[in-house]
Design a protein around this ligand. Structure first.
Ligand code: G6P
Length: 362
C-alpha cells in the first residue's frame, strides 16, 4: 500500500525507485542463486521453458518493452525462438501457435486485464504459462502454472522504472539457466556481469545533475522528441520514449535507427531533439550515420554512448558492461531525463494524467 511506503528524503517515488535499481539487481542475484553461488530457477520452470519449441511473451506497456529484450536473451543464450506480443491484440489476432508453445506473461502488477484475457484464452487451449511479476499472489501469478518473482519491492510511481530493470534481469537469468539446461554454451559469467551492472547503475544514479542539464538543454521548449537506436538500443529507445510521454507529455517516439528515414524523418525540424543510444559495437557506425542524417536536417542530437565506443561529441558516456546487458543501464539516463523534463514542466511526476498503475479493464 502506497501509504505504508515512505518517500524518505525523496521528492518523488519515481526518483527513489530509480535509485533503488542497483540494490534490486543485487537482491535478484541473491534470490536466484543456490548454495554454490550458481544461478538457478525452479527445476519445473527450467524444464517447461527448455521443452518449448517456441516461446510467446505477452505483456503491455513497459513490461512489453522488457519482453522485447527478453526475446533477444532467450534466442541468443537458450536458442529457442521467441515471439513478443502486445496483450490487447493477441486475443483476436492470435498467431498460429507452434506444437509445443510456452507462454511467458510479464506484468509488474500481475493484475493487467489485457494480459489476463490472453492467459485465460491460452489456458482454455491447454497451454502452459509462466508469469514474471513483482507481486506474489497476484491474479496472473495464481492463474499461471509457474511464477518467477522480480524482488523489486513495491513500485508506487505510475511510470515503471525498477520493475523494468528487474524484469530484464530476471529474463537474463531465465535465459541463462535454460541455456545451461539445454547444454547451450554460454561464454560469460552472468553473476559477475550482473554485479558489474549494479556497480554501473550506482554511477548512473549519481549522474543526476548531468541528466537534469540534458533535460533542460534538449527538452525545455520542444514539442516532440525522437529516440533512435539499433539492436538492443532500439528497444531501450522505445522505453525511453514511453517514459518521456507518460510523465512529461512531450510527444516522443522510439525508432529503429535505420527506419526513421523511411517517413518519420519528415518531422525533423530545426532543433528537434533526437536522443541516440550507441552501446552496441556491431552497429556503432550505422547508428552514428543515422545521427548525421538527422543532424543534417537540423535536429539537435544527444548521443548517449558506452565507454569504448564513445566519440568526441557524445553528450554522455555510460560505463562499459556486457553487451547483452546494456539495456539494464542505458535506460537509467533516459528515466532520469524523463523525470527532469517532467519536473521542469511542473507535471505530476508520480501520478501522470490519464494513467493508472495497474489497468484492470480491457
Ligand atoms: C499500465 C501502466 C504501465 C505499465 C502497464 C503494464 O498501463 O501505466 O506503466 O507498463 O500498465 O502493467 P503491468 O503491471 O502489467 O506490468
Amino acid at each position: 500500500d502506497a501509504s505504508d511506503i515512505e518517500k524518505g528524503t525523496y521528492p518523488h517515488y519515481m526518483l527513489k525507485e530509480i535509485d533503488e535499481q542497483p540494490a534490486v539487481i543485487r537482491k535478484i542475484i541473491q534470490a536466484y542463486q543456490n548454495e554454490n553461488d550458481e544461478l538457478m530457477i525452479d527445476f519445473n520452470i527450467a524444464e517447461a521453458v527448455s521443452g518449448a519449441d517456441r516461446i510467446y511473451i505477452v505483456a503491455c506497456g513497459t513490461s512489453y518493452h522488457a519482453g522485447l529484450i527478453g526475446k533477444q536473451f532467450i534466442e541468443k543464450m537458450a536458442k529457442i525462438p521467441v515471439e513478443v506480443h502486445v496483450a490487447s491484440e493477441f486475443t483476436y489476432n492470435m498467431p498460429l501457435l507452434s506444437e509445443k508453445p510456452l507462454f511467458i506473461f510479464i506484468s509488474q502488477s500481475g493484475e493487467t486485464a489485457d494480459s489476463r484475457a490472453v492467459l485465460v484464452a491460452i489456458k482454455e487451449l491447454g497451454h502452459k504459462a509462466l508469469t514474471i511479476t513483482n507481486v506474489p499472489g497476484s491474479t496472473l501469478s495464481r492463474e499461471a502454472d509457474f511464477t518467477l518473482l522480480l524482488h523489486a519491492g513495491p513500485e508506487i510511481a505510475v511510470a515503471s522504472t525498477k520493475a523494468y530493470t528487474a524484469q530484464v534481469a530476471v529474463l537474463a537469468i531465465l535465459a541463462n539457466v535454460v541455456a545451461k539446461f539445454r547444454n547451450e554454451k554460454i561464454d560469460f559469467d552472468l553473476v559477475k556481469e550482473l554485479g558489474m551492472v549494479a556497480t554501473a547503475m550506482v554511477a548512473l544514479c549519481d549522474s543526476k545533475e548531468e541528466m537534469e542539464s540534458i533535460a533542460r538543454e534538449f527538452l525545455s521548449v520542444t514539442r516532440n522528441c525522437f529516440f533512435i537506436g539499433r539492436s538492443l538500443d532500439y528497444y531501450v529507445g522505445l522505453e525511453g520514449a514511453l517514459k518521456l510521454k507518460e510523465i512529461s507529455y512531450i510527444q516522443a517516439e522510439g525508432f529503429a535507427g535505420g527506419e526513421l528515414k523511411h517517413g518519420t524523418i519528415a518531422l525533423i525540424e530545426e532543433g528537434t531533439p533526437v536522443v541516440a543510444l550507441a552501446t552496441q559495437e556491431g552497429v556503432n557506425l550505422s547508428i552514428r550515420g543515422n545521427v548525421k542524417e538527422v543532424a543534417a536536417r537540423g535536429a539537435n542530437p544527444c548521443i548517449i554512448s558506452m565507454k569504448g565506443l564513445e566519440e568526441d561529441d557524445d553528450r554522455f558516456v555510460i560505463p562499459k558492461v556486457h553487451e547483452l546487458l546494456t539495456p539494464l543501464i542505458s535506460v537509467i539516463p533516459l528515466q532520469l531525463i524523463a523525470y527532469y523534463a517532467a519536473l521542469h514542466r511542473e507535471c505530476d511526476v508520480d501520478k501522470p494524467r490519464n494513467l493508472a498503475k495497474s489497468v484492470t479493464v480491457e
